[in-house]
Design a protein around this ligand. Structure first.
Ligand code: AMP
Length: 216
């Protein structure tokens, strides 16, 4: 099964994609994670995208399409993958359809996680991640069971994303509305699109996604 999960920053795409990937034996492909790794490793691509990422703008379509095209060819994607944060423009969605067709693959479902803007700023500015295993937490909504210790791997090191400051979040939301919202029209014309209410808690959104997938 090959899926797209999209929604505004802070909607819970990464959290849901991660849980869904584990439950269904799929690979989570996050262009944001790939780009952050490229920036950290100071690769050529990393140098090209650093500024756009820091200011909450999108990086060029060509770069992300290239990353995804190479990645879905790897053997671990044969069972299926979840695209998290890609596509983010109609041009990327068109390129994705074309590249999957060329590889004899297709998208089985597109899940939109819908959340109003007012909720998102608070959600994003409170989030942090285990530096070792990548498990996501939130100061209010999802604290580790034991303060300062990752529930999943026991690490005591946590990180915050540089682009999670309030100012950058507001830019990212503007970019989402102008460049990514048109995807709703693009995919609404197909039978693959499902919308879930992302303002609910993590378990409830998870349940809505399972229901949506089972009903396809
Ligand atoms: P994310 O982790 O998905 O919130 O992505 C973090 C940042 O990476 C975004 O604000 C963009 O600068 C960049 N990025 C991630 N995915 C894409 C994409 N599909 N198209 C363009 N830029 C992207």
């Amino acid at each position: 099964m090959n899926l797209v999960v999209f929604g505004p920053p802070g909607a819970g795409k990464g959290t849901q994609a991660r849980m869904l990937a584990e439950a269904r034996g799929l690979v989570q492909l996050s262009t944001g994670d790939m780009l952050r790794a490229a920036v950290a490793a100071e690769t050529e691509i990393g140098k090209q995208v650093k500024e756009a990422m820091e200011t909450g703008q999108l990086v060029s379509d060509d770069i992300v399409i290239g990353l995804i095209s190479d990645r879905v060819d790897e053997p671990d994607c044969a069972n299926g993958f979840i695209l998290d944060g890609f596509p983010r423009t109609v041009a990327q969605a068109e390129a994705l359809d074309a590249l999957l067709k060329g590889k004899d693959k297709a998208l089985d479902a597109v899940i939109e996680i819908k959340v109003d803007d007012e909720l998102l700023v608070g959600r994003i500015t409170g989030r942090f991640t285990c530096a070792k295993c990548g498990e996501g937490y939130h100061e209010i909504f999802r604290r580790p069971e034991q303060d300062g210790v990752c529930d999943k791997c026991g690490s005591t090191e946590f990180t915050r994303r540089e682009d999670d400051s309030e100012e950058t979040v507001r830019s990212r939301l503007k970019v989402y509305h102008s460049q990514t919202v048109p995807l709703i029209d693009y995919y609404s014309g197909t039978s693959r699109m499902r919308t879930v209410d992302g303002s609910q808690d993590i378990a409830d959104v998870r349940r809505q996604i399972e229901e949506a997938l089972n009903g396809l």
